[in-house]
Design a binder for this molecule. Structure first.
Ligand code: GAR
Length: 223
């Protein structure tokens, strides 16, 4: 992947702030890639307008139009395949994917999840961190496997929970201070072959990782 510009396909369901971070990072050269296609499973996803404003092709594939998860995922595989993406990025894509979809893009399918995995897979992560009185909260970028929010974590960054945080303020800080930085960083590293997953091992710049990378590892452009 290291020489030519990479090709990305981004899947969204909502506002598209992570998508916007990719749009900016591909434009300013921090991520050497083009976004070939943005797919949303919801026609009303605000992120679609962000893609269109950036001149990126969009496609709506509504899960409601398909009788089963398998049929929906098969349609998505058919839509993505011709673009031959180096990476398929789940960016707030709120559907559980089938094994068939995951296998089609295994090793090049990434997700961002708004918690310090393995804490709080699933929904309402910010409220759960607050309810548990956590001092630290954050987000994780991971490879997607068949276990929900359970694939190997590549990079994870945290911030301090404030005494007056509610779920909205905490979510906004995790988005602005963490998500929009760490996800493009992981993509930049993977496209440059600096971060790889080989034989079940995470490898970063030639060494095996025993733990996820953290904010300390971010390149200056992403801090
Ligand atoms: C982000 O916080 C992302 O981490 C989360 O959805 C939000 C999407 O926001 N994803 C998940 O919870 C996946 N399990 P965005 O559409 O503005 O990027």
């Amino acid at each position: 992947m290291s020489d030519a510009r990479g090709r990305l396909v981004v899947l969204i369901s909502g506002r598209g702030r992570n998508l916007q971070a990719f749009i900016e990072a591909t434009r300013d050269g921090r991520v050497r890639a083009d976004i070939a296609l943005v797919i949303s499973n919801r026609a009303d996803a605000a992120g679609l307008a962000l893609a269109q404003a950036a001149g990126i092709p969009t496609q709506v594939i509504s899960h409601r139009d398909y009788p089963t998860r398998e049929a929906f995922d098969a349609q998505m595989v058919a839509a993505i395949g011709p673009h031959q993406p180096d990476l398929v990025l789940l960016a707030g894509f709120m559907r559980i994917l089938t094994a068939g979809f995951i296998r089609a893009f295994e090793g090049r399918l990434l997700n961002i999840h708004p918690s310090l995995l393995p804490r709080y897979p699933g929904l309402d992560t910010h409220a759960k961190a607050l309810a548990n009185g956590d001092a630290e909260h954050g987000a994780s970028v991971h490879l997607v496997t068949e276990e929900l929010d359970g694939g190997p974590v590549l990079l994870q960054a945290s911030l301090s929970v404030h005494a007056d945080d509610d779920a909205q303020t905490l979510a906004a800080r995790v988005m602005d201070e963490i998500e929009t930085r760490i996800y493009p960083q992981v993509v930049a590293w993977m496209l440059g072959d600096e971060l790889r997953f080989v034989d079940g091992q995470r490898r970063f710049r030639g060494r095996s990782l025993q733990q996820p990378l953290t904010a300390r590892d971010l390149d200056p452009d992403f801090r």
